[in-house]
Design a binder for this molecule. Structure first.
Ligand code: EAX
Length: 323
């Protein structure tokens, strides 16, 4: 009797040790601060994974590009040296060229349109295109509509952009479009942007209010114009082999956790968009919030004709006209 009790407690102790050891740690990274729409996305994701897998999976969160730039992190995820990352689509076309179509300026009318496309058949089919490149794309999320900032002058019309030296993402669609505005484009990784603006290596940059605020670009930029020239998606990416190893239930948990992350991320973008202009004005930025968008759209006419050739007008129209 006594002996079997001893065995029982030994077995229990061994079981406890085994279950503690059975926790699998995974890393996820972003290039913005924790206090941002991207930080919210991965924090909620991490919390949901722990909850939905009863702690069998622990997601370690890394902010401010501490594991590398977005491009480097996506590379690490592809190689499997890092399980997960949450990124803008800036460097994504280097890995999944088809995703470029989502970065076309003035493609989406508003956030509701963009979210509906990404959550609908077009966006879901696009997520599937990551599979053959070594990724499991868990969910779209967002950066938001991008606006221009610079240290030189108020931008009221497209002509004011001519000759401005601006940092762009390492995204060929963005680079082509901004050249169409007459901007002198300087692609660089996000982590280098603050210093480049501060030192005057570039005059300006473009990002959503969420990013401008969390990166404190108001400290190094005087002018903000609400150009809303392009919608900027984000994406939860996981190493394909790491995902494939999960049980069916755990796969679902990862997909559901990413959806929760997306929900929290979009809610934060909405809050930031609502408070951003007042917040940035209070911090000293001078904001042009009444520009004539049609002028910016028509300035990109020739570039858009190029995009229609490159991506197929029908494919672009399918997105534009999605209801
Ligand atoms: O993902 O590189 C960029 O400008 C992105 O918008 C930023 O990294 C947030």
């Amino acid at each position: 009797m006594k002996l079997s009790k001893l065995f029982l407690s030994l077995a229990l102790a061994a079981g406890l040790v085994a279950s503690a050891a059975a926790q699998t740690k995974m890393k996820i990274s972003i290039s913005t601060a924790q206090n941002s729409h991207q930080g919210v996305a991965i924090d909620v994701f991490a919390k949901e994974i722990e909850k939905r897998t009863a702690g069998r999976y622990k997601i370690e969160t890394f902010y401010n590009a501490s594991l590398g730039s977005e491009r480097e992190s996506i590379e690490s995820v592809q190689l499997g040296t890092q399980e997960l990352t949450f990124s803008s689509t800036g460097p994504v076309p280097n890995f999944v060229p088809d995703a470029k179509i989502l970065d076309i300026p003035f493609l989406f009318r508003d956030k509701a349109h963009a979210r509906a496309v990404l959550d609908g058949p077009i966006g879901q089919e696009m997520l599937g295109k990551f599979d053959s490149k070594g990724f499991k794309a868990l969910s779209w999320a967002e950066n938001g509509f991008r606006h221009m900032t610079n240290s030189k002058r108020a931008v009221n019309s497209p002509d004011d952009l001519k000759g401005l030296k601006m940092r762009t993402m390492e995204n060929p669609v963005h680079v082509a479009a901004y050249k169409g505005f007459g901007i002198v484009t300087t692609p660089m990784a996000f982590a280098e942007v603050f210093t480049a603006l501060q030192q005057g290596t570039v005059d300006g940059q473009e990002n959503p209010l969420s990013v401008i605020m969390s990166a404190k670009f108001d400290q190094v930029q005087k002018h903000l114009s609400l150009t809303g020239h392009v919608y900027s998606p984000c994406i939860f990416l996981m190493n394909k082999a790491s995902f494939d190893k999960l049980s069916a239930a755990d796969k679902q948990a990862f997909l559901d956790a990413a959806k929760e992350g997306t929900k929290a991320n979009r809610a934060r973008v909405d809050t930031d968009d609502a408070s951003g202009v007042a917040d940035l004005r209070a911090k000293g930025m001078s904001v042009v919030d009444n520009l004539d968008k049609a002028k910016f759209v028509s300035a990109l006419g020739p570039v858009n004709a190029e995009f229609e050739k490159q991506f197929g007008k029908a494919n672009i129209d399918k997105i534009r006209n999605f209801k």
